[in-house]
Design a protein around this ligand. Structure first.
Ligand SMILES: O=P(O)(O)OC[C@H]1O[C@](O)(CO)[C@@H](O)[C@@H]1O
Length: 464
């Protein structure tokens, strides 16, 4: 096994370790054929799942465009939402200095990065207050090319650029990442001549971090994207293992599926590393939007889907662990541990005479963080609650790419286990249609009328 392999440990879901809320060997053994079939089924549809080829792509075009931006920009702003923003945020948090944007230019590996992934007016107007537009490039990312939030942000910042620099300078300050053939943003790119990067048609938004969506912002900010893909390729090789017990993605999917069927419908991803904090946020979309479905593949109404929750160790021991340790037996903890941190922060012998503090003398932050992670997992297990753990040798481009891809494969395998389509998101359309109606979009008048009627039926307005 590679020294860079993330080690998956599911000892703490076993009934002989945690008791009745765990899984027995027999339960796992009986489900292995289901997991093996899920592996076969996913690899059989590889041709339709473009994200499975991303580890092997040629990155030269992305790197060339990134070098051009690095040569002229001090700041990159990503305009996107959902899978077009959460991945770039997670990669930046994982692979840059924790205060990257605040570092002096000579200590930063590239331009600062902002990802205002919301249409809050104060967020976007506030960002304009801090940008030097002369030295800023905007990377607009939208697979559909029509997402309301992203297109509103594009219109807003394009106008600011035009006012400050002139229409003729726009092409130097915009890179559009979108569908290679269709959508409003593709049409605009062709009409106004902006540089573009393609999002392959067979790569869905929440599976797009390892294509231009995530790789371009990473390359602009000095991250080794080929190393990200090398890690993803390593995870792909491990995920092809037909024996589920030797396939981390398959075992992780199987355990979560079996525990969901036993009433543990929520999974709490709790990294004990600040760098992995936003990976938990990216995972929430991947897991929720892929597996939360009304119907199964035969069209039966099933309303299934695990609930992903993001947490952070040690921080959320002081906010959420009380619930996880003593609340309902409805959660699986998913810990992320790191063997080797990039820097150490030693503690001096400050208070040898104060018993409540002297245990810290001569220790380090990593010793304390690791002890807290192990202690929390132990306390959770002794409280009879299941947990799984991924042990990272270190957080770097290889292990991050490996983990992204492993989670994507885990999600695809879980889709087979739940017998649902893990790659669509019909449940978000109703909200989009109602938004278009409320915003007066042409062709949505009837829906707007229905909404206005509904407003008239509101039962009460508590004005206290
Ligand atoms: O990249 P796009 O097409 O703007 O979509 C953004 C996000 O919106 C969704 O389509 C859900 O509405 C996600 O699946 C996707 O990541």
């Amino acid at each position: 096994m590679s020294t860079q392999a993330i080690r998956f440990d599911y000892n703490n879901v076993m009934a002989d370790v945690i008791g009745e809320h765990g899984l027995t060997e027999a339960e796992i053994e009986a489900a292995l054929p289901h997991a093996a079939a899920a592996i076969e089924a996913v690899y059989a549809q590889r041709a339709e799942l473009g994200w499975m080829d991303l580890p092997y792509q040629d990155t030269s075009e992305i790197i060339a465009q990134a070098q051009a931006v690095r040569a002229r920009a001090d700041t990159l702003v990503v305009l996107g939402i959902g899978g077009s923003a959460l991945g770039p945020i997670a990669t930046q948090t994982a692979l840059q200095h924790p205060f990257y944007n605040n570092l002096p230019r000579e200590l930063r590996r590239g331009p600062t990065l902002f990802v205002p992934d919301n249409v809050d007016p104060e967020l976007n107007a506030g960002l304009l207050d801090v940008l030097d537009l002369e030295r800023t490039v905007f990377n607009v990312i939208t697979k559909s090319g029509t997402t309301a939030e992203t297109m509103a942000s594009f219109i807003y910042f394009r106008e600011a650029l035009a006012k400050r620099l002139g229409q003729d300078k726009l092409v130097d300050h915009l890179v559009l990442t979108t569908d290679p053939k269709k959508g409003a943003l593709r049409q605009i790119a062709d009409r106004e001549g902006y540089p573009t990067l393609p999002i392959p048609a067979s790569v869905g938004g929440r599976f797009s971090e390892l294509c231009s969506v995530g790789l371009f912002p990473a390359a602009v900010t000095g991250i080794d994207i080929d190393e990200l893909l090398a890690g993803a390729a390593y995870a792909d090789k491990r995920s092809q293992e037909r024996d589920p017990r030797k396939n981390p993605a398959a075992m992780c999917a199987l355990i979560q599926f079996l525990l969901d069927k036993k009433g543990k419908n929520m999974v709490v991803m709790m990294p004990y590393a600040q760098r992995l904090r936003d990976v938990a946020d990216w995972f929430r979309q991947l897991w929720a939007e892929s597996l939360g479905k009304r119907v199964d593949r035969a069209g039966n109404v099933v309303n299934v889907g695990p609930t992903p929750i993001k947490s952070l160790g040690a921080t959320d021991q002081h906010s959420q662990v009380q619930l996880y340790a003593e609340g309902p037996f409805d959660k699986l903890m998913h810990f992320l541990f790191v063997d080797q941190f990039q820097v150490e922060a030693p503690l001096t012998n400050a208070y040898p005479d104060i018993n409540e503090l002297s245990y810290l003398d001569g220790k380090s932050f990593s010793q304390l963080l690791k002890a807290e992670g192990e202690a929390t997992q132990l306390a959770i297990a002794e409280a009879g609650r299941p947990s799984i753990a991924h042990h990272f040798p270190a957080v770097n481009a290889f292990t991050l790419g490996q983990f992204y891809y492993m989670l994507e494969m885990q999600t695809a395998f879980a889709g087979e286990l739940y017998d649902i389509n893990a790659f669509d998101q019909p449940g978000v359309e109703a909200g989009k249609i109602a938004t278009y109606a409320l915003m007066g979009r042409e062709g949505y008048d009837a829906r707007r009328h229905e909404i206005e009627q509904a407003r008239g039926r509101s039962r009460s307005e508590f004005v206290i």
